[in-house]
Design a protein. Structure first.
Length: 165
């Protein structure tokens, strides 16, 4: 199969080359130090087929994952077991519970976004002192929403308009 550059590929390349870097440059001015989180979330949105109907449950899933990460970090710190056992028990219980909740409420929570949001939160905040999280969960949440709505929904809408669709 011969690959060629066509209008759709070129306009998508332009949109991806232009709009995410705008977020990367502007996000610190909005107090978001983790702007790259938006790119991860936009990737999940794109992998789910750029479906606008998933934007709300995906957003709520990411935000639930962000909150889940904070709760998991506290749980791991409070459990009276060693680090390995505490991590295992926390991930086991909270991972299973997230999947069950999302499966019962699929119109509210997009399960892959919840799990990805949880992983993002654990990655970003895992090495931080819990008493000093400050606004980090809010910054992560803002970047997640920017990923879905700005880099995902808005950029795809612009791309479709440029392609004449």
């Amino acid at each position: 199969m011969e690959k060629k550059w066509n209008r759709e590929n070129l306009t998508l390349a332009l949109c991806i080359a232009l709009f995410p870097p705008i977020w990367a440059v502007l996000s610190p001015h909005f107090g978001v130090e983790v702007g790259a989180v938006a790119l991860i979330c936009a990737g999940v949105y794109a992998a789910a087929g750029n479906q606008t109907k998933l934007a709300v449950p995906m957003s709520l899933g990411f935000l639930a994952g962000d909150a889940w990460a904070v709760a998991a970090l506290w749980m791991m710190e409070l459990l009276p077991f060693g680090q390995s056992v505490s991590v295992f028990l926390t991930l086991f219980l909270m991972g299973g519970l997230a999947v069950l909740i999302a499966s019962l409420l699929p119109k509210i929570f997009y399960c892959p976004a919840w799990l990805c949001g949880w992983a993002i939160g654990l990655t970003v905040m895992g090495s931080m002192d819990l008493q000093n999280l400050g606004s980090m969960p809010l910054q992560i949440g803002a970047a997640m929403l920017a990923g879905v709505w700005y880099v995902g929904v808005a950029v795809e809408w612009i791309h479709q308009k440029l392609c004449g669709k």
